[in-house]
Design a protein around this ligand. Structure first.
Ligand code: ADP
Ligand code: SF4
Length: 680
């Protein structure tokens, strides 16, 4: 198939200083938890994006010196020449597909604790560092500034040696020294680098000029700038200093990569923002520069992309998450297969890898991070090894992905779903406030399956063990999901809570199914991810008095890893949800509950008519036990094996499909990247 001519504009080349991007698809720098620790994984992942049609593929932020390092986050490094080959490998993978490779050298200053190198951080002023660690940064003196400029020059020269086409100067995300100098509330210097905006911009201007002098003959120099901190008059804003900075430096860089900061605003989730949420902030940039402009906004719709270019908002369509969820997004548009795009759902599971010090995972793309170590390609999969049939019971994320990937391999697949609709938990949860886009997990797979003659779907088909056996399939896969527990057992209570069997307890599943609680509601969050917060929001919006109790210090505690926690807590507080942190639920009585302080065990009573424990889920395994001794090939996948994230369920479905009929691997089932033992 050929692409729709209305998308032709997206495939025009764009000149960026001395280099030319082959099209307008631009993978902006993004963290991935691989970096210096898993460099082959990083190189292969970036190469797959180039193969998928991204005309520019960038690294994540790249530490340019051991005196500013982000341990325990795993970023790439250019501390000295010994790091060059590692990055050259990525460049080689990207160039192999005709794309440009870009690098984002970064000095984190007061954003890094230097826990590995033990060097003293430095920044514009003597202040505690941003991370909650007992570390202060020292104020940079003139010698420090000279050394700082030289670090950027050295990094630029090393980047060029590694083969990069685009080298960044990075003043974004409230995270780098170059941005810290711009910020009036961080930079209270009285020398020529502080005070007036012109003075605060001086260091950024010098570093851009230094970089251009060093490598600008063959490499494009891009500036990544946060044009709005979303703090109104308290910070840099696109109506004031953000605009002024771009005007002052307008023609200096070869490319403007503009966004909002901090990172939690730049990578906001779909629960709080829609596609294109940054456009209003960055649209002024093209009016004040003739240089190409790239911006982001979780763009997955080619029509939106076209309108951004045609309306003079952006020249290049920037993407981090859409390129993670679908590395082949550009190719699919090019080949007239727009409906095959696996759209990002805006959940930020990918981001959590950075906080957890682990390679990135993606809810939509189970191959993300597995390209090198398992050889998984997002679009290709080995054909079936035998003419066998597979029955999958359950059409949630696990069952759907197993059906899709097995279907792609050529197996004859039957998918039986008890409900009248596919999607399992994503179908249900996508009806909760803010989670509409999560439905894309099911939509993508449902459409793919609908195109496969070898995959049959039966809805309204809750199977018993006998019925499952009657299909006579060679393999039975159970993807039957899980139910929320109502006893209160979980992390904080190892035994059922006293009174849990009283009539006032309602399950999460009942609320999701539309049941309305009576009277004031108490939600007990011992789960810490999104569910309790979303339910509190829903029930409060429905007009209930809601009390939210959790043993942690803040609501939805794990969502710090998806950068949503502050927004969730703000929303609940603004809606009037009563929050009781640092308390365990220890007793459920008629008309009230007993809460126990997690430190002192002091008990207090809170009145409520209904209680919703959000503590744990029980895998639905009745079918498994009924079939265990009767089916010749029986496998549990996803939540019915062990409840987890949607990403984990999709991965489990994909993994089953990949491994069916393949020789069993003994030992570690993936390639490892071992640190080389130093020669003493
Ligand atoms: P996962 O996240 O592991 O995919 P879900 O809970 O999202 O799990 O999906 C499980 C799906 O399995 C649900 O849609 C549910 O209706 C379906 N299901 C559970 N038991 C049966 C059964 N015996 N027969 C058919 N479908 C079932
Ligand atoms: Fe998008 Fe979620 Fe995948 Fe991140 S993990 S790329 S937010 S679908």
């Amino acid at each position: 198939m050929r692409r729709d001519p209305r998308f032709d504009i997206l495939f025009e080349p764009v000149r960026i200083g001395p280099v030319t991007a082959p099209n307008r698809f631009y993978q902006v720098p993004h963290c991935n938890g691989m970096g210096h620790q898993y460099p082959s994984s990083m190189a292969e992942m970036r190469g797959v994006k180039a193969e998928g049609g991204w005309g520019v593929v960038n690294t994540e932020e790249c530490e340019i010196t051991h005196t500013s390092e982000l341990t325990s986050a795993i970023e790439c490094r250019l501390w000295d020449d010994s790091d060059i080959p590692v990055l050259a490998k990525m460049v080689e993978r990207v160039h192999a597909h005709g794309s440009l490779a870009g690098i984002e050298p970064a000095h984190l200053g007061a954003g890094a604790a230097n826990t590995y190198s033990r060097e003293i951080p430095m920044g514009p002023a003597a202040r505690p560092i941003d991370l909650h660690e007992p570390v202060h940064a020292r104020a940079m003196d003139k010698a420090d500034i000279k050394a700082f400029r030289q670090m950027h020059v050295d990094a630029a020269i090393r980047s060029k040696k590694a083969g990069f086409d685009i080298v960044y100067v990075y003043a974004g995300h409230d995270m780098t020294t170059l941005m810290h100098f711009l910020q009036a509330d961080r930079n209270d210097r009285s020398d020529e680098y502080g005070g007036s905006l012109e003075n605060r911009v001086r260091l950024l201007r010098e570093v851009i000029e230094d970089t251009k002098d060093a490598i600008g003959d063959t490499c494009a120099v891009a500036v990544r700038l946060a044009v709005d901190e979303m703090l109104g008059a308290r910070g840099i804003s696109c109506d004031a200093e953000g605009r002024d900075i771009v005007e002052m430096l307008a023609e200096l860089p070869d490319l403007w990569d503009v966004n909002v900061s901090g990172w939690e605003n730049d990578s906001a989730t779909s629960r709080f923002t829609d596609e294109g949420y940054q456009t209003d902030y960055v649209s002024f940039v093209k009016q004040v520069t003739t240089k190409p402009v790239v911006g982001v906004g979780r763009f997955t719709s080619p029509d939106t992309m076209v309108s951004l270019v045609k309306n003079g908002v952006l020249d290049l369509i920037g993407a981090a998450r859409p390129s993670i969820a679908d590395p082949f997004l550009p190719k699919k548009i090019d080949e007239g297969r727009v409906e095959d795009i696996r759209e990002c759902i805006g959940c930020n599971i990918c981001v959590s890898g950075d906080f957890l010090g682990a390679p990135m995972r993606c809810t939509q793309n189970p191959t993300m991070g597995e390209e090198w170590r398992k050889g998984w390609h997002p679009e290709r999969i080995a054909p079936k090894t035998a003419d066998e049939t597979v029955l999958i019971v359950g059409g949630g994320p696990a069952g759907l992905e197993a059906a899709r990937a097995l279907g792609q391999r050529g197996y004859d697949v039957t998918l039986a779903e008890g409900r009248g609709v596919l999607g399992g938990r994503v179908h249900i949860e996508s009806q909760l406030p803010g989670l509409t886009q999560w439905r894309r997990v099911a939509d993508y797979r449902e459409y793919q399956i609908s195109q496969m003659a070898n995959v049959a779907v039966y809805l309204n088909s809750p199977l018993s063990a006998d019925q499952a056996l009657e299909f006579g399939a060679d393999h039975i896969v159970l993807a039957t999901g899980s139910d929320w527990d109502t006893t209160g057992i979980g992390r904080s209570n190892r035994r059922a809570i006293d009174g849990h069997d009283a009539g006032s307890v309602l399950s999460v599943d009942a609320i999701c199914a539309g049941q309305s609680p009576t009277g004031p509601v108490l939600i007990f969050d011992d789960d810490y991810y999104y569910m309790a917060g979303v339910l509190a929001e829903k029930l409060r919006a429905d007009g209930h008095d809601v009390t939210y109790v959790t043993p942690t210090a803040d609501v939805s505690h794990w969502t710090h890893n998806t950068m949503e926690q502050a927004r969730i807590q703000t929303r609940l507080m603004e809606m009037g949800v009563e929050i009781v942190p640092l308390h365990n639920l220890t007793g459920i009585r008629s008309g009230h509950v007993e809460l126990s302080c997690v430190y002192t065990d002091v008990v207090k009573k809170v009145d409520c008519a209904s209680v919703i424990p959000v503590t744990m889920r029980n895998p639905k395994q009745d079918l498994f036990w009924a079939l265990r001794d009767r089916a010749s090939s029986l496998t549990r996948i996803g939540d019915c094996d062990a409840p987890g994230t949607i990403a984990a369920a999709v991965y489990a479905g994909h993994r089953f499909a990949r491994e069916l009929g393949e020789p069993e691997v003994s030992g570690v089932p993936f390639k490892r990247e071992l640190p080389a033992l130093a020669v003493d």
